[in-house]
Unconditional design. Structure first.
Length: 225
């Protein structure tokens, strides 16, 4: 059954630097009735003089959202679209675009950010203490995984190593006294099962036209909450 295209989100802002406000609309088609999985995604830019630009996006997923903000310090808005992949390894979807010569230019996606945020985790003793290292910043974090491991014949019974998931949440944020937006990203630290969340690595990314820059990084330790 082919369903009708639906409006997913509407935002207003200056996206081309002409000091006029454009209307930006995100459209998508549900995969099936009562199904939040969205396909056939399109972006419409509607100008004050009634001109329109429409772009088909190579994008599918759940909970697709639209946000306009100046991430690149250009005194005009870029277009941020976020969503989720769904499934057991549910992760965030990210697309950051800018309008250039009436064309939509992709600046950043979740793969670009994931390459920047490659942290590793592993047990460092038999009491369940975990070490998390983040090469991009050179930081190391320690986290207690809620109790000792059970030794058996001189080895740990639970051999499943903790891991850092790919990007789990992403929010546009504006720091105090700054006019431009940054991205706040969270990655889960999980144990033997995806539902066993031990903590999160929270990173704030500043975007530039060359490459994303890590502004800050911290551990959210669930074992202390």
């Amino acid at each position: 059954m082919q369903l009708d295209q639906a409006v997913l989100s509407i935002q207003f802002g200056d996206i081309d630097g002409d000091y006029n406000c454009e209307k930006v609309v995100l459209f998508g088609t549900p995969y099936s009735p009562n199904q939040p999985y969205i396909q056939q995604v399109e972006l419409l830019i509607h100008y004050m003089d009634d001109r329109k630009l429409k772009f088909q996006l190579d994008l599918i997923g759940y909970d697709l959202q639209l946000f306009l903000g100046d991430f690149l310090k250009m005194n005009q808005n870029q277009i941020l679209i976020t969503g989720r992949t769904g499934g057991e390894n549910d992760a965030v979807i990210v697309r950051l675009y800018m309008l250039e010569d009436n064309r939509l230019k992709l600046l950043l996606d979740e793969e670009d950010l994931a390459k920047k945020l490659t942290c590793q985790a592993g047990y460092i003793n038999m009491n369940g203490m975990i070490g998390v290292t983040c090469p991009a910043t050179g930081q190391t974090f320690m986290i207690d995984s809620r109790g000792p491991m059970t030794p058996y014949a001189g080895v740990r019974k639970d051999l499943i190593q903790p891991m850092i998931t790919t990007l789990y949440t992403l929010y546009p944020v504006k720091q105090p006294y700054e006019k431009y937006y940054s991205l706040q990203i969270q990655q889960r630290i999980i144990g033997a099962h995806p539902s066993d969340v031990l903590g999160m690595i929270q990173t704030v990314i500043e975007l530039t036209q060359e490459a994303p820059i890590i502004k800050s990084q911290r551990l959210i330790n669930f074992s202390k909450m």
